[in-house]
Design a protein around this ligand. Structure first.
Ligand code: ZN
Length: 270
């Protein structure tokens, strides 16, 4: 069994903001690839093209952390003990199903205990270690740290939510993961964005990363964005990127990231 030493891509920036992309990965391990049902092979539950969509991160000077491995291998936005995130339907640390509820693996072909322990040790832990270290570095340098957890999902997934999802779904763990006025500022920006709908702490309140690292009393402010994918891509295989749709959406994303930085500067004076 070979060591996994390429669990993520990390780039260090120059402002107190880290953008995390835990579901952007497309790689599979041989054991996962060998067991997947046909329908899962196109990786339909990926947060597609997120690094491309957030290419303004470099220009803004933000640090970025993006997963290389698919959430089917191990879900980086779930806690290590796999406690369920939502009382309603959800998927776990080592998913057994697709978002639509169908089995992810052919019978008897899900990775075993040893494989899973390896994914936890060689993918989950290094991602979280890097995330924690970078937040600590930012806090040491600036006195505070901002974390933006970037996600996207199909606009309609009947098993996970009713009807069509709003376009921009902000989550602040119901107000616990960042300053209230920061979340409110981001919500207002979404409200002003022409042609887009939004929600704050609706169906998506923020996953494990937002909930765990967002500690506003300790000057660590975390926000999750769950973006409806119809705003920048084709929602059917092969899940192509749509420049025409992405352009105006990227303008809103950039405003959100800039607003976070502005808020930090106003609030902390640096
Ligand atoms: Zn996601």
């Amino acid at each position: 069994m070979s060591e996994i030493d390429d669990a993520f891509e990390f780039s260090r920036g120059r402002v107190p903001l880290l953008i995390s992309m835990p579901h952007a990965g497309l790689r599979l391990t041989p054991a996962v690839e060998a067991g997947l049902v046909e329908q899962a092979r196109s990786l339909p539950d990926t947060d597609w093209h997120i690094p491309r969509l957030y290419h303004c991160a470099a220009e803004l000077g933000a640090s970025t952390l993006a997963a290389n491995y698919s959430r089917y291998v191990v879900d980086l936005n779930r806690p290590q003990d796999d406690a369920p995130l939502y009382a309603s339907a959800t998927t776990g640390l080592f998913p057994a199903t697709l978002f639509d509820g169908e089995a992810l693996y052919r019978p008897g072909l899900a990775p075993g205990t040893e494989e899973r322990a390896r994914y936890l040790a060689q993918i989950w832990k290094p991602y979280h270690q890097t995330l924690a270290d970078e937040l600590a570095r930012l806090q040491k340098e600036f006195g505070y740290a901002l974390l933006f957890d970037a996600h996207s999902i199909r606009s309609q997934v009947p098993r996970l939510f009713d009807g069509r999802l709003p376009d921009f779904n902000l989550g602040s763990n119901s107000g616990a993961s960042c300053a209230i006025d920061l979340a409110e500022r981001l919500r207002q920006l979404c409200a002003q964005a022409q042609g887009y709908s939004h929600a704050l702490n609706g169906r998506f309140k923020g996953g494990h990363i937002t909930r765990h690292y967002g500690q506003p009393q300790q000057h660590r402010h975390a926000v999750q964005l769950e973006l409806a994918q119809c705003n920048y891509m084709d929602e059917q295989p092969p899940f192509g990127y749509r420049e025409d749709l992405a352009k105006p959406t990227q303008a809103v994303i950039r405003q959100l990231l800039q607003a976070m930085l502005d808020w930090g500067r106003e609030h902390y004076g640096r």
